[in-house]
Design a protein around this ligand. Structure first.
Ligand SMILES: NC(=O)c1ccc[n+]([C@@H]2O[C@H](COP(=O)([O-])OP(=O)(O)OC[C@H]3O[C@@H](n4cnc5c(N)ncnc54)[C@H](OP(=O)(O)O)[C@@H]3O)[C@@H](O)[C@H]2O)c1
Length: 384
């Protein structure tokens, strides 16, 4: 099968190189921007790719929602199978793209968009067909895990380790989607859609690590705690979904605490299977390209859908999920919370709340930040 590639950056180059060595698959034309065609295999004309009957698969690895949405829609309409690593695209337009792929009888697969090299979505999609999935989540952003691990292990400051993550190519020039938790939120949205056929459309919450300081981490260490950025989604007994991303403080013995550097730990809990944990590299040229090629190979074996039939958009209910929260904030703002225990340190209060709704905590933090209050919060454990 011949695969065209849209975008020739970090992932695109990896896909091209891997395709050259892969039995049963071969590289087709590569779409680059106008003015950047400097080799025979490159083109700046999408129509040339879509009208080429020898191209069976189109791999979209450009990123962003436009023109990726327009190009991927056109590829599906032209009867090409599509593979993408682009979580922003699938989180924003998964419904339309899933419908288009089914209408045209072609594949739409995106395992590289959640968990990088980890075969998470493929397994989740299979498991969801025969088992009731009760929760999904884990460490889904390698950049922030690298930063949290270094802050914990070496005592680095946030700004220092963010610069190092950028130098190593883990964090992009604009790292805001990673450090704000938005990147992990998009990934958990995809996992929700695969597990339950619901692409969350409203009511989501995400908090990242951009308010964390070296002093906070030193304080956690004193208490034997490790901070990790976790994505979480679950179904309650009435079938209502919650989904959010937030820092979580864990005991040093927790499985997530053992995830080092830029690794991911993706997991789900099946009613019959119990806990399933998958760990590996969530990003990087070849790990991500390996997931793109895995999807291509799945297509050659007849695999067509990652989303279930009847996929719909719906709100999530984070008011139903409760966590105890650790909060660090200025003494004068501490009255916004009722703490079960608290310590004061140089004008700052560090307190732990009783279990409270996730949506309430995120809303209170936004309100306080709107009045210039600097605070950090983390759940003390995963939501029940
Ligand atoms: N990097 C990773 O480790 C990783 C892991 C998992 C998922 N992903 C996802 O994979 C996608 C690609 O990531 P990346 O890191 O490879 O990004 P990247 O290095 O920025 O590469 C994107 C490439 O697409 C090109 N491009 C953008 N718009 C284009 C257009 N309209 N026409 C033709 N070419 C266009 C860019 O060209 P210019 O350079 O000219 O702008 C660039 O060469 C993103 O959705 C990302 O979220 C990446």
């Amino acid at each position: 099968m011949k695969a065209a590639i849209l975008g020739f950056g970090t992932v695109g180059v990896g896909v091209y190189e891997m395709l050259q060595k892969c039995e049963g698959l071969e590289p087709g034309p590569v779409l680059v921007r106008a003015g950047k065609v400097n080799a025979d295999y490159k083109t700046d004309d999408l129509d040339q790719i879509l009208s080429d009957p020898s191209v069976h698969i189109v791999a979209e690895v450009m990123g962003g929602t436009e023109p990726a949405f327009t190009y991927v829609s056109a590829a599906l309409r032209a009867g090409k199978h599509v593979v993408t690593s682009n979580k922003a695209l699938v989180a924003a337009h998964g419904l339309e793209l899933n419908a288009l792929a089914r209408e045209h009888g072609v594949a739409f697969l995106f395992s590289a968009a959640c968990g990088g090299a980890i075969p998470f979505l493929h397994n989740l999609a299979l498991a969801a067909q025969t088992d009731k999935i009760l929760s999904v989540g884990g460490i889904l952003n390698g950049t922030t895990n690298f930063m949290l691990d270094a802050m914990q292990t070496d005592g680095c400051d946030y700004g220092e380790i963010l610069a190092e993550a950028q130098r190593l190519g883990y964090a992009e020039a604009d790292p805001s989607a990673d450090v704000s938790g938005l990147d992990a939120l998009r990934k958990i949205m995809l996992a929700c859609a695969v597990a339950w056929g619901v692409l969350p459309s409203e009511g989501l919450n995400h908090e990242g690590i951009d308010s964390l300081t070296a002093a906070d981490v030193a304080h956690f260490k004193e208490k034997g705690l490790v901070c990790r950025l976790l994505a979480h989604a679950s179904l309650d007994e009435c079938g209502r979904l919650s989904a959010f991303v937030q820092p979580v403080l864990l005991p040093q013995t927790a499985q997530e605490a053992a995830v080092k550097k830029n690794f991911n730990l993706a997991k789900y809990h099946g009613e019959n299977a119990g806990d399933i944990l998958l760990s590996g590299q969530g990003a990087g040229r070849y790990p991500t390209a390996s997931a793109v090629l895995r999807d291509m190979s799945a297509i050659s074996l007849g695999h067509r859908n990652m989303f279930p039939a009847g996929l719909k958009a719906d709100a999530v209910h984070n008011e139903l999920a409760k966590c105890r929260y650790y909060i660090r904030l200025p003494r004068e703002a501490a009255g916004a919370f009722t703490f079960e225990s608290q310590e004061e340190d140089g004008g700052l209060v560090r307190g732990v709340t009783a279990p409270m709704p996730v949506s309430r905590m995120h809303a209170l933090a936004s309100e306080l930040r709107a009045s210039e209050c600097k605070l950090f919060f983390a759940a003390m454990e995963e939501s029940k």
